[in-house]
Design a protein around this ligand. Structure first.
Ligand code: UDX
Length: 438
């Protein structure tokens, strides 16, 4: 099949290489000409495990190409997957300007009997607006150009694996031929037994927002449980083992920490809140999820203050900037929120992350970045672990102790073992677990 992909960010680029690996001919396009140039030469603009290798293989196969001209991606395609950004506006509402632009381009160049596929996360009802836009542009092709909603559930850091081994493929559409076409797109995965769920357009759009809202709720609830455990003197690790053994709850996504971040949860939660409001439904729990998320970062900083006392002029090592491990993404990273709060208290923050870039992260707080974990720890009064990189699990504790001004660690991701910290002579504050006070 010939497929087009508009937008080569995290979702779009992974979609390009995976579809090409299925044997389809894929043309990816993006408004960022520099990005397209780099991609054509095999350079992904961000880090994702396995992506660079797969990009090289698929470019070499001749099936995958990139063009700055949207017409090249649309003109001969049976389906065009739209993976453009839908960032939050100041009101929290998702900005659909890029989606509308893609709809107009699609209408302009699409051949009859082709499908505009929403992959970006958009509020319920967007497909109907897209359809109206396309029909207005091309009344001559009414009924020939269709819409599908095919939300992406991939996680950064696991994006390739999630795309090649999805726990579900979701397709929302109206016409039977569109479902048939989407089944042909995903045939290699369906042949391996992966499940494709067919729904109407609005339910598909809702499902994506509702999944992310539910997951964000789970993280915030766990962070609140961790706080209660700490205050009551319990151990959240024991509690989550019990909770996770209940099949109705399940063991995944029960890790407490300094909060969620990334390009999806914060933005989608706000957009879903706006959608609920626009439907006249009062849904205060959505704001509460976000408040608890801020509170998780604040809790880590409170521990630093408790342990260090005054932070003015103290050097604090921040270990991890990415919103999660195995990505360089710092968008809405709670690590930056922790840094911001430490800087506001007068601390000198020295940050280390093996991968993170501050691209797209907005205003980062003033902090020094260093290129090794021991350099960050050198002379520091306290270290705060903000991202669960494997590198932090395997620290040489004797070397850490020697480097630090005080052997004091606040573990915002429960990366280290309390018993080992006690044996090594550290004061150690995990999250939701009893502290090791030396
Ligand atoms: C998420 C959804 O999982 C994915 O389906 C959707 O398509 C995009 O948004 P992603 O943001 O890449 O994916 O990462 P995810 O692994 O879901 O983690 C989100 C945030 O929650 C991270 O900041 C992570 O550190 C945090 N988290 C996750 C926790 O704090 N505890 C957990 O138990 C799980």
């Amino acid at each position: 099949m010939r497929l087009g992909v508009i937008g080569t960010g995290h979702v779009g680029l992974v979609t390009c290489v995976c579809f090409s690996s299925f044997g389809h001919d894929v043309v990816g396009t993006d408004s960022d000409v520099e990005k397209i140039r780099g991609l054509a030469q095999g350079r992904p603009p961000f880090f994702e495990p396995g992506l660079e290798e797969m990009l090289a293989t698929e470019l070499a196969s001749g099936r995958l190409s990139f063009s700055a001209e949207p017409a090249d991606a649309i003109r001969e395609a049976e389906a065009v997957f739209v993976c453009v950004g839908t960032p939050a506006r100041s009101s929290g509402e998702a900005s659909l300007a890029a989606t509308e632009h893609a709809a107009r381009q699609f209408a302009r160049y699409a051949p009859p009997h082709s499908v505009f596929v929403e992959k970006s996360t958009v509020p319920a009802g967007s497909a109907l607006r897209i359809r109206r836009t396309i029909v207005r542009e091309r009344p001559d092709l009414e009924g020939e150009l269709e819409i599908a909603s095919n939300p992406e559930f991939l996680r950064e850091g696991n994006a390739i694996s999630d795309s090649l081994h999805p726990d579900r493929i979701l397709v929302g559409a109206e016409a039977a031929w569109v479902f048939d076409l989407m089944r042909r797109v995903y045939k290699p995965l369906l042949d391996k037994g992966h499940r494709l769920i067919e729904t109407d357009l609005i339910s598909a759009e809702l499902a994506k927002h509702m999944c992310n809202t539910y997951l964000a709720l789970r993280v915030s609830l766990l962070n609140a449980f961790a706080e209660i455990s700490e205050r009551a003197g319990g151990d959240i690790a024991a509690v989550t083992e019990v909770m996770g053994s209940d099949p109705r709850i399940g063991p995944h996504f029960l890790r407490p920490g300094i909060g969620y971040g990334g390009s999806c949860f914060p933005k989608d939660l706000r957009a879903f809140d706006r959608l609920a409001k626009s439907l006249g439904y009062d849904f205060p729990i959505l704001q509460e999820i976000a408040r608890l998320n801020d509170e998780a970062a604040a809790s880590a900083v409170r521990k630093v203050k408790d342990a260090v006392w005054n932070l003015e002029g103290k050097r604090i090592a921040l270990l991890g900037l990415a919103f999660k491990p195995d990505t360089d993404d710092t968008r809405f990273s709670p690590a930056l929120e922790v840094a911001r709060r430490l800087v506001a208290e007068g601390a000198d923050v020295v940050a280390y992350d093996p991968r993170a870039t501050l691209d797209g992260a907005g205003d980062a707080p003033p902090m020094k970045r260093v290129s090794s974990v021991y350099e960050a720890l050198q002379g520091s009064s306290c270290a705060v672990i903000c991202t669960e990189w494997d590198e932090f699990r395997n620290l040489d504790l004797d070397r850490v102790k020697l480097a630090m001004a005080e052997p004091l660690i606040v573990d915002g991701r429960n990366v280290l073992e309390p018993s080992e910290m006690r044996a090594a002579g550290f004061v150690y504050y995990p999250t939701g677990r009893p502290p090791v006070l030396g």
